[in-house]
Design a protein around this ligand. Structure first.
Ligand SMILES: NC(=O)c1ccc[n+]([C@@H]2O[C@H](COP(=O)([O-])OP(=O)(O)OC[C@H]3O[C@@H](n4cnc5c(N)ncnc54)[C@H](O)[C@@H]3O)[C@@H](O)[C@H]2O)c1
Ligand SMILES: O=c1ccn([C@@H]2O[C@H](COP(=O)(O)OP(=O)(O)O[C@H]3O[C@H](CO)[C@@H](O)[C@H](O)[C@H]3O)[C@@H](O)[C@H]2O)c(=O)[nH]1
Length: 330
């Protein structure tokens, strides 16, 4: 039995690959077009197939050759403001290509699917923390592109008899505690990444997008989940499905929110570096606050996070950014 990880050369997918290898899974196959991922993010024992998840012939051949029984689908476009500027690209990359991939998986008899969804499917929730039972109401094309994929997977599972776990990630941050992978995308837009780059002098300043939100300090609240904890959630989901567990949709977060201004303060304190912070206008597509109702995944899968600590997450992000800067200068 082997696992096919789409987008495994990317930030979160590479941590899933490491988690699988660390847990002794010796047959891990990655398909990635390397559009935002890096082949060097993968350990040598992993098979990398370079290509598009929507290339049905390539994916079918890969599934057959490696006797894939489970698919973990990470490959996507992920930047909320880009999805506002170019929605059709996001619907193609995230929705249309997921349809093609799931069709191939069904044809080839894949038994289990784990899907990377997002807190963005909830939109601007009226209650926080957000339980999985809350009606979805995405407010940007990125969230909608992912919600449509959720629906397709659930409908196809019912019709064709595979089981799935949909994981709705909140804000993913940090790096592998052993320094083997991290967020490597150049020009990344994620807050903790941008703030660590500012602390390391790789950016001149940081902009805070919006200080007039209805939150305690006026900046947006987010639930930051450490990336290896998130990878571990995929591992327990995989075991659950392979042991005959039912299909589930689960939030992945810690159930606690930090404001943008609080995150900036933590980065300054942990790094010991001051940097310029510009208070700026709101960014398109941003909800004011989004925090996970985090009980269901613990109850259903017995997931126990090990890295629920913002200082630790920021320390890992700083170490990774520093190493990446040195690597890029070589
Ligand atoms: N980073 C976050 O905070 C966050 C939050 C919620 C959900 N997610 C979801 O997690 C998943 C992974 O995100 P990430 O942060 O690791 O992003 P990433 O950009 O680092 O990784 C995406 C990977 O997919 C690959 N890829 C993209 N399109 C492809 C295609 N058509 N065929 C083959 N490979 C393709 C890229 O090369 C890259 O390696 C995405 O589905 C994203 O929507 C991320
Ligand atoms: O330079 C920056 C970058 C971000 N922010 C703010 O920080 C918060 C977090 O932004 P960011 O790190 O870009 O993440 P989100 O836009 O919340 O989206 C992330 O988290 C979502 C789940 O909540 C995922 O679906 C997305 O893929 C992922 O990019 C938002 O209020 C941003 O406006 C700033 O103020 N300045």
């Amino acid at each position: 039995m082997a696992v096919l990880v789409t987008g495994g050369a990317g930030y979160i997918g590479s941590h899933m690959v490491l988690a699988l290898i660390d847990a002794g899974h010796d047959d891990v196959v990655v398909i990635d077009d390397l559009s935002t991922g890096f082949d060097w993010a993968l350990p040598p024992e992993v098979t990398l197939v370079i290509g598009d998840v929507a290339d049905q012939e390539l994916v079918a051949r890969t599934i057959r050759e490696h006797k894939i029984d489970a698919l973990a689908h990470f490959a996507a476009r992920i930047v909320v403001p880009d999805s506002v500027a170019d929605p059709l690209h996001y619907y193609l990359a995230n929705t249309v290509k997921t349809r093609a991939l799931i069709e191939t998986a069904v044809r080839e008899g894949v038994k289990h699917v784990i899907f990377s969804s997002t807190a963005a499917v909830y939109g601007e929730p009226e209650v926080v923390p957000v339980p999985e039972t809350l009606a979805t109401n995405p407010i940007n094309p990125y969230g909608r592109s992912k919600l449509m994929s959720e629906w397709m997977i659930a409908d196809a599972a019912k019709a064709h008899g595979f089981s799935y776990v949909i994981l709705r990630y909140f804000n993913v941050a940090g790096a592998d505690p052993r320094g083997r992978s991290g967020q490597s995308t150049p020009n990344a837009t994620h807050l903790i990444k941008v703030a660590t780059q500012a602390a390391l002098g790789q950016r001149t300043h940081l902009e805070v997008f919006g200080t007039d939100y209805p939150t305690p300090d006026g900046s947006c609240l987010r639930d930051y989940i450490q990336v290896s904890d998130l990878a571990e959630a995929h591992l327990v989901a995989l075991n659950h499905l392979r042991n005959g567990g039912e299909s589930l949709t689960l939030n992945c977060g810690y159930g606690r929110g930090y404001s943008v201004l609080e995150v900036v303060e933590v980065v300054k304190r942990v790094s010991g570096k001051d940097f310029e912070v510009r208070l700026s206008l709101r960014r398109a597509g941003d909800p004011a606050q989004i925090i996970a109702g985090a009980d269901r995944i613990r109850n259903e899968l017995g997931w126990t996070p090990k890295h629920d600590d913002l200082d630790g997450i920021v320390r890992q992000a700083l170490a990774w950014e520093d190493a990446l800067g040195k690597r890029n200068r070589r």
